[in-house]
Design a protein around this ligand. Sequence first.
Ligand SMILES: NC(=O)c1ccc[n+]([C@@H]2O[C@H](COP(=O)([O-])OP(=O)(O)OC[C@H]3O[C@@H](n4cnc5c(N)ncnc54)[C@H](OP(=O)(O)O)[C@@H]3O)[C@@H](O)[C@H]2O)c1
Length: 213
Amino acid sequence: MQKVGVLGSGVVAKVLASGFIKHGYDVMVGTREASKLAGWQLENKGRVGNFAEAAAYGEVVVLAVKGTAAEAVLNLAGGANLKGKTIIDTTNPIADLPPVNGVLQFFTRLDDSLMERLQNAYPESRFVKAFSCVGNARMVNPDFVGATPTMFICGNSSESKKEVVKVLDQFGWESEDMGGVEAARAIEPLCILWCIPGLLRNQWTHAFKLLKK
Ligand SMILES: NC(=O)c1ccc[n+]([C@@H]2O[C@H](COP(=O)([O-])OP(=O)(O)OC[C@H]3O[C@@H](n4cnc5c(N)ncnc54)[C@H](OP(=O)(O)O)[C@@H]3O)[C@@H](O)[C@H]2O)c1
């Protein structure tokens, strides 16, 4: 895999797109409004297109948009441009409601997840949850002295998960494969846990690690 299409113009899309460029991939970032990426484009010399163009460009697609808009963005990207491709899903189902004592509110329930909804809507694409449980500032080659943080991933395609593990190796993460798409029910809420120290105490510099014997 060499060409990556990144869907999104927010901080996660920009950080990951820059990370892929740094690691030698060819990248196109997609948005409804290219002017939002003018600064990023100038700095990174990356390509910018609309959602459909970025999805068509990528051999692998990164979905990095607001959770409530994720399905709409895939619709704009177009099923034909996503068919058969690995989609690295960074999204979280955060509701348009304020946190309760530092606890984010989701629009999904525990017997459901955003990635399951997206996988059901696009059964010919291969979604892999990744990068959803850490802040954007630590997504690419984070510097935790003496420790490699753990990225929890899941998805139905072993082949796609292998591709994502390779990316995570390059990006300085150890991967923990939690199984099929339903494991997103457990991985997505890690974002709630990750954000609590930030929302309560303005601490945003941590990451998860799974200790094993
Ligand atoms: N921020 C973090 O550190 C972090 C960490 C882990 C995971 N995440 C997850 O990563 C995802 C991206 O987060 P973010 O903070 O970078 O950006 P964001 O503000 O959550 O999302 C911005 C993107 O959403 C798209 N969007 C918003 N409303 C839309 C609509 N009605 N129709 C179509 N597109 C719409 C925008 O499209 P346009 O480009 O067209 O405006 C833009 O690309 C989220 O799901 C978030 O939960 C974030």
